[in-house]
Ligand binder design. Structure first.
Ligand SMILES: Cc1ncc(COP(=O)(O)O)c(C=O)c1O
Length: 381
């Protein structure tokens, strides 16, 4: 069915209907264990941590959409990311993009370090800096593009070339764009990671993580880790992500259109110091971004004068929910310094440009005109 467009494949795939019953929704298989005829005969499934048909439906769906060989569903984005890091061993080193998601920063700096896994943070918009950060023991280069919360763009192809020349793997957190807009495996990335809590499920009602491996060798290793660590996604939540996936393209299109309109509005506003959105022609990563992605996405951030201005603006704004998270049907406004990036010490945050005036907006499905009117009344206050 791969001759269909992405939009059609979201609906017309292997799980279009259940082979056993014709049901047009993937059945939720609650069983934790599966009957065996005797101790020598194992069926397709034996125990749900090791394999479950509902989870497998989600895992095959995401693998197909990302263009990888195998997908893995985890209890959260952080469970996917943390399990992927278990591919590393004591004495290994990882090069990480400097404005990485706060939870990933915490995992690298306060958990992996205790197991003897070293790290270096670099500005991944600078390929020379990445090349210099690579050590003989570097095993992974970890990307997030566009990054959270400053929407910096990494040249995926450039990083993959560097990684191959130095015999290391590449991981990429594709949460912000989803495979609808960016498919990193097509550029040679080895492992794609997701907080499926965000756009993939899309309704602020499930925590989930996904990983997709480019090749069988890596997939086999990750499968062993998924089964060993055991942070698998429950079946009800797998079903919710599968349902969210069906509307991914329409949600992304509408939200992205709104984000572009709002980014232009904010960029022209006297009370806004900076707007970070790769869809804006003057974004420093604009050209690279559009070589590797099909759109600017639905997340942007913008900088006001300082914490006081943020406090007044966020108290006056009516439509977006003020919350951590992103990628939902409702617009979500958040304050990275005290929310998604609270795990990052102040000095590290400021060094990265995540200032006390920064707000992040994930645009939902409301009318962009209503959102702009709402923002304007908030600025007036
Ligand atoms: C880019 C990115 N990666 C990973 C995560 C972690 O995902 P989860 O909250 O599902 O564990 C988040 C959460 O906000 C995120 O924004």
């Amino acid at each position: 069915m791969s001759h269909y467009t992405f939009q059609t494949r979201l609906l017309h795939n292997e799980h279009k209907f259940d082979r056993a019953t014709g049901a047009v929704s993937v059945p939720i298989q609650h069983a934790s264990t599966f009957h065996q005829a005797d101790f020598d005969s194992f069926g397709e499934y034996d125990y749900s941590r090791s394999g479950n048909p509902t989870r497998e439906a989600l895992e095959t769906a995401i693998a197909e959409l990302e263009g990888g060989v195998r997908g893995f569903a985890f209890a959260s984005g952080m469970a996917a990311i943390s399990t992927a890091f278990l591919l590393l061993s004591k004495g290994d080193h990882v090069v990480v993009t400097e404005d990485v998601y706060g939870g990933t920063f915490r995992m690298v700096t306060s958990v992996l370090n205790r197991f003897g896994i070293e790290h270096t943070f670099v500005d991944m918009t600078d390929l020379d800096a990445v090349a210099k950060a690579i050590q003989p023991n570097t095993k992974v280069i970890y990307m997030e593009t566009p990054s959270n919360p400053l929407l910096k763009v990494t040249d995926i192809d450039g990083i993959v070339k560097l990684a191959r020349a130095n015999d290391c793997l590449t991981f990429l957190d594709n949460t912000f764009l989803t495979p609808y807009l960016q498919r990193p495996i097509e550029f040679g990335v080895d492992l794609v990671l997701h907080s499926a809590t965000k756009f993939l499920s899309g309704h602020s009602d499930v925590l989930a993580g996904l990983a997709v491996a480019k090749d069988e060798e890596l997939a086999a290793k990750l499968y062993t880790l998924q089964n060993s660590f055991g942070a698998v996604l429950g079946v009800q939540d797998c079903w919710l992500v599968l349902r969210g996936l069906k509307t991914l393209s329409v949600r992304m299109e509408q939200s992205q259109k709104g984000a572009a309109e709002i980014a232009h509005y904010l960029a022209a506003h006297s009370k806004v110091k900076n707007v970070y959105y790769p869809g804006l022609a003057d974004h420093p990563g604009h050209a690279i971004h559009f070589r590797q992605a099909a759109g600017g996405g639905a997340v942007l951030s913008f900088e006001l004068e300082g914490e006081d201005a943020v406090r007044r603006f966020s108290a006056a704004v009516q439509i977006p929910v003020f919350a951590v998270s992103l990628g939902a049907v409702e617009s979500i406004l958040s304050y990275p310094p005290k929310m998604s990036h609270a795990a990052m010490p102040d000095a590290e945050r400021n060094k990265r440009g995540i200032t006390n005036g920064l707000l992040r907006l994930s645009v939902g499905l409301e009318s962009p005109d209503d959102l702009i009117r709402d923002f304007e009344q908030a600025f007036q206050k």
